[in-house]
Design a protein. Sequence first.
Length: 254
Amino acid sequence: MTSEINYRGQRELEIHLKEPLLQHGQLPSAPEINDPLNIPDNLLQSWLSYAKQRCDMNGYLCLAFTELSEEERFKLGFSKDLPPRVIYYRRSDQILETGALIINPLARENLEFGYNRPMIEGCGSIAYGQLGYFIKRPTVSSTTGYYYDGSSYSFKTFGSSGIDSGNSIHEITHLNGETAMDHPKELFDIRDANDWNKILEIVKPVENKEERFREVLKRAFPNGFLIYNRERKKFEVVDAHSNTLGGFDNDRYR
């Protein structure tokens, strides 16, 4: 995708990238790994170590291996043209821990136990994580796959909730070659009154909740938020105080 963005508003986005701001369509899809139980231990350990190091360096909790460059995949023993169906996963309370690889992961939304709600995310495949967005995610989900935590390797199913549920869905979506931009109807528009009220429902009751929440959002993502303008049928970048900063046309969503 090549899209030129004309920035406007009170300031320009302070992102200086050689590549397009929003890297839609850049991720490859990953087929399942055959015979996952026959992967050598030394390879599993090198994948786990590299993924943790990369996430720690960039401040991420989780990572889909389709987000690695061709050169990175090659160094880890994968084909440049055939990314592995692997994610690196840590719960939100495991930021200082090793985490685990999940090979051939499959997620299921447990809507009988939870419901979809807006969750705030950033994505390394959208503006290198420089933009935030709110997207509809299940509050409860389960993930199955071959789980390697550095000491044991087995097929298991585990449940997750809240941000951890959203993170697992987020990364597995990447394995299908998709980002949030492939699901524009799931994005919340922080300028829309109905969407904004739904977002505010997730904030704990505090005095001056709305004003304080906007300040928190602006500090977390000073470069702005990605939204999908339903009326104009285009993606836009806005700040936490709803001043439009920029946008671009994409005929795919017209």
